[in-house]
Design a protein around this ligand. Sequence first.
Ligand code: ASP
Length: 436
Amino acid sequence: MSESAASRSQAARILSGLLLGLVLGLAAGAALPESAQPSLNWWIDQVIQPAGRIFLRIIFMVVIPLILSAIVIGTMEMGDVRTLGRVGWRALIATFALSAASVGIALGLVNLIEPGHSLSAESRQSLVQTYAGASQKSIERGSQSQSVATTLLNFIPENPLAEAVNAFNPENKGGGLLAVMVFSLFVGVALTIAPRERTATLRGFFEGMFEVSMVIIGFALRLAPFGVACLAFAVAARLGLDLFRTLGIYVGVVLLGLAIQQFVVYPIALRFFAARSPIRFLNDAKEAIITAFSTSSSNATLPVALRVAEKNLSIPPRIARFVLTVGASANQNGTALYEGVTVLFLAQVFGVDLTFTQQIVVALMCVMAGIGTAGVPGGSLPLVVGVLLSINVPPDAIAIILGIDRFLDMCRTALNVSGDLVIAAVVAKGAPDVGA
Ligand code: ASP
């Protein structure tokens, strides 16, 4: 079976797990008499939820090594900037500008529409109770704020190892996960500058660490259909139909954000920085966008994107190869936007009021997570889990989102690949002298 077909059937299994869990949970919540509620709660707390958490724990286990190695490798690939001079710099600036725009849209929409607040107070209460310890801590943490200067300074870790160890510790006053990301960024940049022959082992180490982490995530995902069924059961039994409305609004917000980036931000970039007609561009690029949509993988789309860039969009091959190859794993606007919406949505669901500074921290983490996300189906999942853990929102809730993730993955991957092509067009405009 091809990789993409395997991931499709995996997604179908997770979706079936979600549906089964939701239906049984709703039925149990609605059908059982009031007197049976305590014993249902006992089963949920002592058996069903712990069983459902197994696959999440396996993911948590590799979040730090995965983020560390993915960002080092992603930055190392981008670091070839030096050798490409102007092309590299334009690509780098465009990548950060478009990622920042997408995360900005995510932040704006979630604060405006507040999808997580559509849950009734009663449902939120029972959700917070379900995840009692963690959500209480996160609410407390949300109310403590540090000055912007201290927060920013903390992102440069004095002791990266301590930050890695305490990344998910609510008492940690340091930069946490973002500090680990910044450290990885430095290591990645330094690796491109240090002599290649002297750093081969270290590069190999990070590449190996990344591969091993991905294999372990693969193990976790095999258990995911079962885990998702258990966790969805627990939530549905306690929340009832309220949950569906909230989830529907969340999906709507993600899609609206992706549409704004695709149909407003990209056309502006194309018109003003690449001097191209956005409609014609979309038409010429559609083959790559459709492939991205159907495979949910930027990496799998790379060959098609390269052909489209060179043949249909007349982008010089040298630029297309550099921007698209690096972009497939290091520029993921759709993913950054999705991560921003998801994290803030879940924070709202759990009643965690993030301060402005904390929201900026989340935004920065999402921009970095966009660099660190592997261009494969569901590649962003471990990073979302990492960001949730680091702001102390119970990551179990991701189980429900995971069930509908495949569809959102298709949509965000289409945006990821469009973004790579837009950047290639912008870079090509600024470097007419760089030929094939
Ligand atoms: N599937 C996405 C990609 O390949 C990554 C993700 O957001 O999960 O671009």
